[in-house]
Design a protein around this ligand. Structure first.
Ligand code: SF4
Length: 374
């Protein structure tokens, strides 16, 4: 089974830490949706033998689309795939776009999971990050989503924000849990090159986030999760029983996925493509009849490294079977490097899986890199 990811590159405001592909101008929104409809046709004709079980609208901010845009996208998808059979259809929304009418519309389309960009329940954090919503709207968004009948709700939260105390971080987590959320995606604030946040720090107008604070608040998150009955199933993701994100989990398992929209990536058969990350070029290319993309053929070594990186970030761990597509030498290579590694004691073998002990999760990427074939 494969997943479909659709990128909607429009946002109301530019958050100061964000380096995703988006535009705050809606000038090309109609043309973008037209181009997306063409890409859906082209790519799904190529992938006609593939079964899909998840659909994910990410961004940008998908809730910047109007009902007329979404109706045409769903109609086009329905020409190729059986949408009512989809196990999970997720839609990212920002609190400032949430109204009961909009959510009713999403629900009637068959969207059965919302991912809400809360980030913090504190006005000072939201203002500093230049988010388009305030704390009151963040809280109200969760209640409106439940009232609209969505049971599968995820909230994004950010930790390691300068000025966010451990207690304030705990309060944010509790507010999400108390509202009834059954899934959380929690990320450390990171400074990406070229963002307004990087500029503020460079010009000494804002404090750089501290690694030490982030590590401490990650530990707060781990303790909180076990006390509250959330399963911490991937470094950045926590779920109540049965509420794991199916779409994102398939990335970590190495399944195929189709990416649609400007800057979206797709992957299958050791090949990855990425669409141009520019709305006007994306639109023009599809008006001319084909997507503008880069294609990368992954070497077995690249794929081996990726499987280790993603596997060691999950509570299910890295499974020997995941090397199956690369052939036996790679699972043997992993086994012999693990047996000889100084990290052997902190990566537990559970049958055919290798699980990094929870107390080392914050350093998971660095530990994984020590196993890479360079
Ligand atoms: S709403 Fe999301 S995608 Fe848009 S600027 Fe903010 S963080 Fe980035």
């Amino acid at each position: 089974m494969a997943g479909i990811y659709i990128h909607i590159p429009f946002c109301r405001k530019a958050c100061n830490y964000c380096d995703f592909h988006f535009s705050t101008s809606l000038r090309y929104r109609d043309d973008y949706v037209e181009a997306l409809l063409r890409e859906i046709d082209i790519r799904l004709q190529h992938w006609s033998q593939q079964s899909f079980n998840t659909l994910y609208f990410g961004g940008g901010t998908p809730s910047q689309l109007l009902p007329k845009h979404l109706s045409s996208i769903f109609k086009q998808l329905q020409h190729h795939i059986d949408l009512p059979q989809m196990e999970e259809i997720t839609f990212e929304v920002n609190p400032d776009d949430i109204t009961p009418e909009y959510l009713d519309f999403l629900s009637n389309l068959g969207i059965n999971r919302l991912s809400i960009g809360i980030q913090s329940f504190r006005d000072e954090d939201l203002q500093q990050m230049n988010r388009a919503h305030n704390a009151r709207e963040a809280e109200a968004a969760l209640h409106t989503a439940f009232a609209a009948g969505f049971q599968r709700l995820s909230a994004d939260l950010i930790y390691g924000i300068p000025g966010l105390s451990d207690q304030a971080w705990l309060d944010n987590l509790n507010r999400a849990a108390d509202a009834g959320i059954n899934h959380l995606s929690c990320y450390a604030l990171t400074v990406e090159q070229g963002t307004p946040l990087a500029k503020q720090i460079r010009e000494r107008r804002y404090e750089a986030p501290s690694e030490e604070q982030a590590a401490k608040q990650f530990a707060v998150l781990q303790n909180w999760a076990s006390e509250k009955g959330f399963e911490h199933y991937e470094i950045s993701n926590l779920a109540r029983h049965g509420a794991r994100a199916v779409h994102n989990s398939s990335y970590w398992k190495g399944s195929a996925y189709l990416g649609l929209g400007a800057s979206a990536h797709g992957f299958s058969d050791m090949e990855r493509y990425s669409n141009v990350a520019n709305n006007q070029r994306y639109i023009r290319a599809l008006q001319e009849g084909h997507p503008e993309q880069m294609t990368e053929k992954l070497s077995p070594e690249n794929r081996y490294n990726e499987l280790i990186l993603t596997g060691l970030r999950t509570s299910d761990g890295l499974s020997l079977e995941s090397f199956g597509e690369l052939g036996e030498p790679y699972s043997e290579m992993w086994l012999s490097s693990w047996e000889r590694s100084p990290h052997r004691e902190i990566i537990a073998r559970k049958s055919n899986s290798f699980v990094l002990k929870a107390e080392h999760w914050f350093q998971a990427d660095g530990i994984a890199a020590d196993f890479f074939i360079i």
